[in-house]
Write a protein that binds this ligand. Structure first.
Ligand code: GLU
Length: 446
């Protein structure tokens, strides 16, 4: 009965949202885990919680006109999908990448709702962005684009309504231009309207590091639950953005060695360990490519063909983008002896890859649990903004560590309760679902 219900809801999602394959993929995974919860709590089905969860509360699509450095007019498309506000104001990042479309933003907003619920903080779920490609654009172009984007977005957001942050292609620089334009239009220094701000204008220590650090804390918890640790482990981390860089930093601090990372131009294998200072210089300061890193690091090899997942490792952290690790990559990782995989990116493993990891019985941390440290620290930034306070690095990092450990324990407990011990996918989906759905029922039919 409850299985029929989940299938029926999924069929409706596919029929109502044609062509939005990533959104279908994200809903399918969650819906597959829910039938045992509905069986125990039939009132959730009566309140049509699943149907409501799969339909965003509000979807905004807008034109973003701007002028490039040659004086030519460019038109991009902007999105903000306000998915669910049962637990708090919509919260989630903005992604600037040419691949962004409504289906991608919806999958991200859907995932965000459960992820944010898992953090235990008072934040709902939302996501936004644009098909704007920041690659190769000057600082001035980025600023003009951000100002135009905010000129529409400002009317939809607010510290009690919707609080955007960064994601792929949106970091402190972009948040600065967005915040500046919001302040100019509204004439309000409303710090809590955006997170990921710079440290001297309302930002919080540890926010930059939080997603990467959090994913590693989660990995460490999974290993601890199996009587193991990161110490001495060989690791592969895909990506080389904010998430990957700070995952690499924390792995090193905990005694592991990261031998490879990547960007859209290929991957670098550096068998003696990625040089973190050089990586930060190339990627964060110079906004360069992994090929530039390889050119400056003797002994490292840059590849434009093949798969980063072919490199043997015990711990793998996909920290680049959705569906970057497929079933055959997962088989290779398992054959090479991987013991833990944690998703720093959103939905980086395909459903086939997840199945391979679960069948192999390795510790697999899905993104909505493993990468929740970023948004959790955004909620800590909101707390600091609300009290006009700023906390020390140590205090904030300790809180992040506790949040990740509690997400880990909750996932394990929910998995155990629903007959899937050790399965963090089931645990995360059930635990996040329970928290949002109970609030939705309590708030009535809205
Ligand atoms: N974009 C990040 C995520 O996927 C962070 C969102 C936020 O801090 O609001 O969770």
């Amino acid at each position: 009965m409850s299985e029929d219900k989940a299938t029926q809801v999924y069929d409706t999602v596919v029929a109502r949202n044609p062509g939005e394959t990533e959104f279908h993929q994200a809903t399918k995974e969650v819906l597959a885990c829910i039938p045992p919860v509905l069986a125990k709590h039939p009132e959730l089905a009566e309140h049509k919680v699943l149907e409501r969860l799969c339909e965003p509360e509000r979807q905004i699509i807008f034109r973003v006109p701007w002028t490039d450095d040659r004086g030519e007019i460019q038109i991009n498309r902007g999105f903000r999908v306000e998915f669910n506000s049962a637990l708090g104001p919509y919260k989630g990042g903005l992604r600037f990448h040419p691949s962004v479309n409504l289906g991608i933003v919806k999958f991200l907003g859907f995932e965000q709702t459960f992820k944010n619920a898992l953090t235990g903080m008072p934040i709902g779920g939302g996501k936004g962005g644009s098909d704007f490609d920041p690659k190769g654009r000057s600082d001035d172009e980025i600023m003009r684009f951000c100002q135009s984007f905010m000129t529409e977005l400002y009317r939809h957001i607010g510290e009690y309504t919707d609080v955007p942050a960064g994601d792929i292609g949106v970091g402190t620089r972009e948040i600065g231009y967005l915040f500046g334009q919001y302040k100019r239009i509204t004439n309000r220094y409303e710090s809590g309207v955006l997170t990921g701000k710079g440290l001297n204008w309302g930002g919080a220590l540890v926010r930059t590091e939080a997603t990467g650090y959090g994913a590693v804390f989660f990995t460490q918890e999974m290993l601890r639950a199996r009587g193991d640790s990161l110490d001495g482990k060989t690791c592969v981390v895909s990506g080389s953005g904010n998430v990957a860089i700070f995952a690499i930093e924390k792995i090193r601090q905990l005694g592991g060695t990261v031998v490879a990372c990547s960007d859209s131009g290929g991957f670098v294998h550096d068998p003696t360990g990625i040089d973190l200072d050089l990586l930060k210089q190339v990627k964060l300061v110079e906004r360069g490519r992994m090929a530039d890193y390889a050119a400056r690091k003797p002994g490292s090899v840059h590849s434009t063909t093949g798969r980063i997942w072919d490199i043997a490792c015990q711990v793998a952290l996909p920290c680049a983008t959705q569906n970057e690790l497929d079933g055959s990559d997962a088989k290779t990782l398992v054959d090479n002896g991987v013991v833990a995989v944690a998703e720093g990116a959103n939905m980086p493993s395909t459903p086939e890859a997840v199945e391979v990891f679960l069948q192999a019985g390795i510790a697999f941390g899905p993104g909505k649990a493993a990468n929740a440290g970023g948004v959790a620290t955004s909620a800590l930034e909101m707390q600091q903004n609300a009290s006009r306070d700023s906390w020390s690095f140590e205090h904030t990092e300790t809180r992040l560590g506790k949040i990740m450990a509690s997400i880990h324990d909750e996932c394990l407990a929910a998995a155990e309760e629903y007959g899937a011990p050790g399965n963090y996918v089931t645990g995360a989906n059930i635990s996040g679902f329970q928290r949002v759905s109970q609030a939705m029922v309590a708030l009535g039919l809205v």
